[in-house]
Design a protein around this ligand. Structure first.
Ligand code: PMV
Length: 319
């Protein structure tokens, strides 16, 4: 039987800059220690290429579903012509703002590249290929999710007309985060469309919010580098206010942020597309108080630590 190949990628949280990043404002995001794994195996000629996601979803390439279209787009982006079966799993919740679809896209792209017999692609090139997958689910993705999924670490990411520009941000101190789920799904495409419509109706207000977010991102980068977690926490709280102003928050998000702050979090905000999905709370060094308070309020979450040594894979990567 032909050789299998395994690909992996990490999930992410956006510390600051979601939505504004779609319009060219830099975003600050970190890879987390959860993600996706995919195993690709060549199959007999004549069989259809097929993707299995977890135990549930099965889609043949070209089949009429988002997963089928996304899989076809990825096969095309990687120029895979021979039939292949891919089995992919993830420990990230879907539709939660943690970059689940991007992690899957990058992991599958890596696995597919692995069976091609050609040299592995650099992270930036893999992220670019995975964007074909991501576009099917998200319409107009900024690319921050696929870039962080492929590189890990802490990145300052900017979408430009000439393509993504990003740089690793060295951490002055570990970042300990509690990440909790509202229990409400968050549809990135719907939320990105909602901001686009708001921007058409109220361009000045949205431009001012984006300016505010850009200033927060700039300061957050400095705080991350300096290891100033107290300062970073304040910036996260301000970020949440601006995102609420863009109608991206929900009652549950607000409740989770409040509960986290009352339990000692240095700052808390929605992360990702909003309208549901996940909240992140920055803590000094122990997330258990926030996680217990969330649990008592009916919300589930997990802790993740981003360490100064977190590897950024070949940030300059060529295709
Ligand atoms: O909710 P997620 O994980 O898909 O993150 C979306 C981030 C946005 O800025 C809202 C969209 C984007 O493409 O950057």
């Amino acid at each position: 039987m032909a050789r299998s190949s395994t690909g992996r990628a990490c999930g992410k949280v956006i510390l600051l800059g979601e939505h504004a990043v779609v319009y060219g404002v830099p975003a600050l995001a970190v890879g987390i220690d959860r993600g996706a794994e995919a195993v690709a195996t060549p199959v007999e000629p004549g069989l259809p290429s097929e993707l299995r996601l977890g135990e549930g979803v099965r889609a043949a390439a070209g089949s009429d579903s988002d997963v089928g279209h996304a899989f076809s787009a990825l096969l095309e982006a990687l120029d895979v012509r021979d039939p292949v079966h891919v089995a992919a799993t993830t420990d990230l919740p879907a539709a939660a703002g943690l970059g689940c679809s991007a992690a899957l896209g990058v992991a599958i792209a890596r696995a597919l590249r692995g069976i091609s017999g050609t040299a592995p692609l650099a992270p930036a090139a893999i992220a670019a290929r995975a964007l074909a997958w991501e576009r099917v689910f998200h319409g107009n993705p900024s690319g921050v999710d696929t870039t962080v999924a492929a590189h890990g670490g802490c990145l300052l990411y900017t979408r430009t007309d000439a393509g993504p520009v990003f740089e690793p941000v060295p951490l002055g101190a570990p970042l300990t985060l509690a990440v909790g789920h509202t229990g409400e799904p968050s549809a990135t495409r719907v939320m990105v469309d909602a901001v686009a419509r708001l921007r058409e109706r109220k361009p000045d207000i949205v431009a001012k919010s984006f300016d505010g977010i850009a200033a927060l991102v700039k300061n957050a980068r400095l705080a991350v580098e300096a290891g100033d977690v107290v300062g970073l926490g304040r910036l996260l709280d301000l970020g949440q206010m601006l995102l609420s102003g863009l109608m991206l928050s929900t009652e549950k998000i607000e409740t989770m942020c409040r509960v986290a702050r009352e339990a000692g979090a240095l700052g808390a905000k929605l992360t990702g597309a909003g309208g549901g999905g996940c909240v992140l709370a920055l803590v000094e060094d122990d997330a258990s108080g926030v996680l217990e308070a969330w649990s008592a309020a009916g919300f589930r979450g997990f802790a993740t630590v981003v360490n100064p040594g977190a590897v950024v894979v070949n940030p300059g990567g060529a295709s």
